[in-house]
Design a protein around this ligand. Structure first.
Ligand code: NAD
Length: 370
């Protein structure tokens, strides 16, 4: 499933990015976070909505509040450096907000990649780090290539190739490649399941089925009902690309969950936390001496690949895109028109605010939905 503007139903509310940021920031601050932390969480979640990834946007906030109140997510933590060998670092996220840990880890990675040409970062034990593309974009803003492998310690919901129940989570990977000054970068960023779990939640909240080949039910039978993931006994998501996507998920699990000093999923996780571990490689093309070559070759290839005529049945105006293009298009649209939020997610967001002691009138005055 690609990033796209969500179809609107009568009950969808539209909220503009800036008031939505203030809305999230206020609720996170009510949870005890200092303003910088609340601002980072709000910025990151709203950016995910802006790029069309509602699965990792403000809809995550109610789960964060649940985890915070239950003690699985800790407010006001900072990255702890566990080992530091210059270009090799292991880091502990201390179950703090992933939006803080991601920013702080990438700041270190950028600094070390500039100093040494490359940085290898093992970030373990962070609470949910959201849309992984955000971390590639932070490196891209500094002109750096980055590669990220992530595992998730939460209820296992993705079945292995050839298996019939959940044994790991949606283990995303991401690659960011700068294409030279003035050119849009490549941002490849996806879950290794057919779709991200948050997209199953979005479909469930909208009462829509998912595409065939996405889910199996609790008996291991194919299903397109997202409800199978929300009723006991649970079904499971399938990996994308049969054994290949499954293999990539295994690589994410072990690289992110073990090489970093973190953990892999092989026992009952804490139900009150979503823990991410991430192995990141950050590379400075200037230090490698190939920055000019990278820009010239990558742009020539981009032009070449985009010149492929549309596939039969494809809209004639629909050009070939590069990874990162769909998100940029949705971002432009949503910045101008606002972010659509389905009725169920909106009700859950209001409830998250009222649980933090705010009135619905106060929340509506901040968000100004229409
Ligand atoms: P997706 O299926 O929408 O794929 C997105 C990727 O495919 C992007 O790189 C996009 O640019 C590219 N793409 C999409 N359509 C394209 C087209 N027509 N041509 C060229 N490229 C195209 O993403 P997803 O698997 O649903 O993942 C959504 C988000 O969820 C990601 O940001 C991911 O990092 C995040 N995620 C996070 C966690 C976590 O634990 N933190 C877990 C899973 C997923």
């Amino acid at each position: 499933m690609s990033a796209q503007g969500s179809p609107m139903s009568a009950s969808t509310v539209i909220v503009h990015a800036e008031p939505l940021r203030r809305f999230v920031q206020t609720i996170v601050e009510r949870g005890g976070s200092l303003p910088r932390e609340a601002g980072l969480v709000a910025h990151n979640l709203v950016e995910a909505n802006l790029t069309g990834h509602d699965s990792h946007g403000v809809g995550m906030l109610p789960r964060y509040i649940d985890n915070l109140l239950a003690g699985g997510l800790k407010a006001n933590q900072h990255l702890k450096v566990v080992t530091d060998h210059g270009s090799l670092l292991t880091l502990d996220g201390l179950a703090g907000y992933g939006q803080v840990m991601g920013v702080e880890a990438m700041q270190l990675g950028i600094e070390r990649a500039r100093a040494h040409g490359v940085a290898v970062l093992g970030l373990a034990n962070s609470h949910h780090i959201g849309r992984i593309g955000a971390w590639a974009e932070q490196c891209l803003d500094a002109g750096l290539v980055s590669i990220h492998f992530v595992n998730v310690i939460s209820e296992p919901i993705v079945a292995p190739f050839g298996g019939s129940d959940g044994r790991f989570v949606t283990n995303p990977m991401c690659v960011g490649i700068p294409m030279g000054a003035g050119a849009d970068p490549v941002v490849l960023d996806f879950a290794t399941s057919r779709i991200a779990m948050g997209k199953v939640r979005v479909a469930y909240n909208k009462g829509q089925p998912v595409l065939p080949g996405t889910l199996i039910d609790a008996d291991g039978q194919p299903s397109n009902d997202p409800g199978t993931m929300f009723r006991e006994p649970h079904g499971a998501l399938l990996p994308f690309g049969e054994h290949k996507g499954y293999g990539l998920a295994v690589a994410c699990e072990i690289l992110a969950g073990a090489l970093t000093g973190g953990i892999t999923l092989h026992q009952k996780p804490n139900p009150n936390a979503i823990i991410n571990n991430m192995l990141s490689f950050v590379v400075d093309p200037e230090r490698l001496g190939t920055a000019a070559r990278l820009a010239a070759e990558a742009r020539a290839f981009a032009d070449w690949v985009k010149a492929s005529p549309p596939a039969p049945g494809q809209d004639a105006g629909q050009r070939v895109m590069l990874p990162g293009d769909p998100e940029r298009a949705v971002r432009r649209q949503r910045l101008a028109e606002g972010i659509p939020i389905d009725a169920t997610t909106w009700a859950q967001l209001l409830q998250a605010g009222t649980r933090q002691g705010m009135t619905e009138a106060e929340l509506l005055a901040i968000a100004q939905p229409h």
